[in-house]
Design a protein around this ligand. Structure first.
Ligand SMILES: *[C@@H]1O[C@H](CO)[C@@H](O)[C@H](O)[C@H]1NC(C)=O
Ligand SMILES: *[C@@H]1O[C@H](CO)[C@@H](O)[C@H](O)[C@H]1NC(C)=O
Length: 254
């Protein structure tokens, strides 16, 4: 196409670029015309030759492209055959190796269900306790520093705060232990209000005493609750692996 355009352009240039001389005689004029025609013929021949050449090159390129396509098609076909072969082999292996009846499989699934706790993904529940006895100033926030359960990471052991991830009704519960011959109190604070209290009083030497408080409270998302020390005779709050842990737990009821 470009070759043809070039040719046309050249023909018109050959015709148009001839300087127009004044024709002195009829002979002069004819000579001029003849010369022009010869020159044009020559140009046309040159460009025809070039076009032929271009055409040859073009068909060589087309041939090469077709070869490549054929090769690609052959490769694709063999690849698909291989995939099909693999699929059949895998299936055959599965069938051959599977020595399990449907009952065996469902028994295995049931077994798995029983051994895996299946909390709803939106379950909110935490349980944290004191890893050992702690000394607390009056009204100090109690950091229950060992977390056993926290499904939504809603209790922070570093600041002792439970933050409600969603709005709802929550159950919050504390259990506290007093040391020997002393009493200790704790308060559950929700939004700066005291919502629950527990008071443990061990009156004898060598004795310990526990107390607990459970509240059911409406919280909106982002509100928080924590436990702080209340009235106590000593600064120590007691927590012991075998005799009882002081703990804080909570869960979303609905
Ligand atoms: C197939 O199952 C039977 C009965 O459960 C068992 O005795 C046998 O060993 C199993 N075979 C294989 C190859 O697992
Ligand atoms: C406690 O820490 C958590 C997480 O870092 C934060 O979202 C929350 O606001 C903190 N609570 C208080 C009372 O500072």
């Amino acid at each position: 196409m470009t070759g043809l355009l070039q040719l046309l352009l050249l023909v018109s240039t050959a015709l148009g670029s001839e300087p127009s001389r004044p024709a002195c005689s009829k002979y002069d004029y004819e000579e001029n015309v003849l010369e022009r025609m010869i020159r044009m013929e020559f140009t046309v021949e040159q460009h025809l030759a070039r076009l032929k050449n271009d055409n040859k090159r073009l068909s060589a390129v087309v041939d090469a492209l077709m070869d490549q396509q054929e090769l690609a098609e052959r490769r694709l076909a063999s690849l698909m055959e291989e995939v099909e072969r693999n699929r059949i082999t895998t299936l055959e292996m599965v069938v051959a190796n599977s020595n399990n009846t449907l009952e065996q499989i469902s028994a295995a699934v049931d077994n798995l269900k029983e051994s895996t706790p299946t909390c709803h993904p939106e379950t909110i529940a935490f349980y944290a306790y004191l890893g050992g006895n702690v000394n607390l100033n009056e009204h100090a926030v109690i950091m229950f520093n060992v977390e056993e359960t926290d499904t939504r990471n809603s209790y922070n052991i570093h600041n002792g705060t439970f933050t409600a991830p969603v709005s709802g009704v929550y159950v919050l519960s504390i259990t506290i232990y007093s040391g020997t011959n002393s009493y200790v109190g704790a308060e559950i604070i929700v939004n700066n209000d005291i919502k629950g209290e527990a008071f443990a009083d061990a009156q004898e030497i060598g004795d310990t005493h526990s107390a607990s408080a459970t509240i059911v409270v409406q919280m909106t998302a982002g509100q928080y609750a924590y436990v702080r020390r209340g009235q106590s005779s000593l600064s120590v709050m007691w927590s012991h692996a075998s005799r009882g842990r002081s703990s804080f737990s909570g869960w979303l009821l609905c």
